[in-house]
Design a protein around this ligand. Structure first.
Ligand SMILES: *Cc1c(COP(=O)(O)O)cnc(C)c1O
Length: 400
């Protein structure tokens, strides 16, 4: 036991990201392993929100739409997220929830390929998807005259045909933590003439995505998990540049109009990713998110550094679990291979709900996913190897 404790101290001493933890509000007693559900509070956010509320809203009032940059915040903050997901500027717009953006992206995807009239009447959906994506996909299919087919990501290749309109996949499976092969799946979808829609909720901010490099068509993601934007912070939509002129949003609100203040009765979509906007943006949440994203401009922070530490943290957690937890007590669900692992570790045991309840009471916060999964998220920006060792020791105690 003390070996791993010592190892944790050595790993922390060499950790290039160790200094970033001070940019977050955390207590030293517990261990927070739920940043894949709600990221911790960045220390600069309260002051920013105070300024937005008291000065920008309280004093400048309506002038802030221009003077404080409120109106252009969705595109501006989209351009801050873009490099984190491997996109050049002008392709990401922030707003609405992930669920709403899944709807825009899927209906937009079917329209890009002409839908049933063009013989493309099938939407393939990740069989293990986070439920909201599946519900929205079913409704998008009904509206566009398509059928939905659930497929395991590993079986997408065999399911693709000239009838496939769109394929909606999760980059990292929220339950198992499995990382899917975005480059090769995207290439296969493209080769079949279909449109790829990737959900990046569990990958953005934790690992490189490479949207531009891998030819992804459309993508969505939330900002309150590894991007630490805060509860209910707005999501984002990526529309690849080559598709922007043809992207036909099913929610063409006035914010997506070429001339929003022309108040015209005829709709004309704006150029660029702005056409992914809908209505008046949620400014308080959005500007809290903008402050939260500033950590990514630190010279010591990069997606590659975060990914390297994420793999080191999850490797170390698995090693500690192996050493501390009696053999056979839990089954490791998350893949061992680095290329197949996101930034979380999922462990299965029959009494997972009770175990997680006790663990949280003891200060180690992960979460339980029905029916039998203990889920631990690892946010490299603010977790130490000592945290990981302590969490594994706590877990072993509750499982004992
Ligand atoms: C977290 C998550 C969501 C959440 O959607 P909301 O609309 O923000 O509630 C959707 N999809 C996936 C894959 C997620 O992990």
């Amino acid at each position: 036991m003390s070996d791993l404790y010592e190892r944790a101290r050595e790993l922390d001493a060499k950790d290039q990201l160790a200094g970033v933890r001070g940019d977050f509000v955390l207590d030293d007693e517990g261990v927070y392993l739920d940043g894949n559900s709600l990221g911790a509070l960045p220390a600069n956010v309260p002051g920013r929100v105070d300024d937005v509320v008291r000065r920008q809203w309280g004093e400048l009032r309506i002038r802030s739409w221009t003077e404080s940059g409120w109106w252009t915040a969705p595109e501006r903050i989209g351009d801050v997220i873009a490099p984190l997901v491997g996109a050049a500027s002008g392709q990401v717009v922030v707003g609405d929830s992930t669920s709403v953006n899944v709807f825009k992206a899927l209906v937009g995807a079917v329209r890009l390929v002409g839908g049933p009239e063009a013989g493309r009447d099938e939407i393939l959906v990740d069989a293990a998807t986070f439920p909201t994506d599946g519900y929205i996909a079913a409704s998008a299919a009904r509206m566009t005259g398509c059928a939905v087919r659930a497929v395991e990501p590993g079986e997408v290749r065999g399911a693709l045909s000239s009838r496939t309109a769109a394929v909606l996949l999760n980059h990292v499976d929220y339950r198992s933590g499995r990382l899917h092969d975005l480059p090769s799946l995207t290439a296969a979808i493209r080769a079949a003439g279909a449109v790829s829609v990737w959900d990046l909720c569990h990958s953005a901010g934790a690992l490189p995505v490479g949207l531009d490099a891998h030819g992804v068509d459309l993508a969505v993601g939330c900002t309150y998990k590894f991007l630490n934007g805060g509860p209910g912070s707005p999501a984002y939509l990526y529309v690849r540049r080559e598709h922007q002129a043809a992207f036909d949003s099913p929610l063409p609100g006035w914010n997506s109009h070429a001339e929003p203040f022309g108040m015209r009765s005829e709709y004309e979509a704006a150029d660029g990713v702005v056409r992914g906007r809908v209505g008046t943006p949620d400014i308080l949440s959005m500007l809290a998110l903008e402050a939260a994203l500033e950590v990514w401009s630190r010279p010591d922070v990069s997606v590659d550094a975060v990914r390297a530490k994420s793999l080191a943290l999850t490797d170390f957690f698995l090693e500690c679990v192996e050493a501390y937890v009696p053999g056979g007590r839990v089954e490791v669900v998350t893949p061992g291979a680095h290329g197949e692992r996101g930034s979380q570790v999922a462990l299965r045991c029959a009494d997972a709900g009770d175990v997680m309840g006790r663990l949280i009471a003891a200060g180690v916060v992960g979460d339980f996913r029905a029916p039998d999964v203990l889920r631990f998220g690892f946010t490299p920006l603010y977790l130490s190897f000592a945290d990981v060792e302590r969490a594994a020791r706590g877990l072993a105690r509750e499982l004992g």
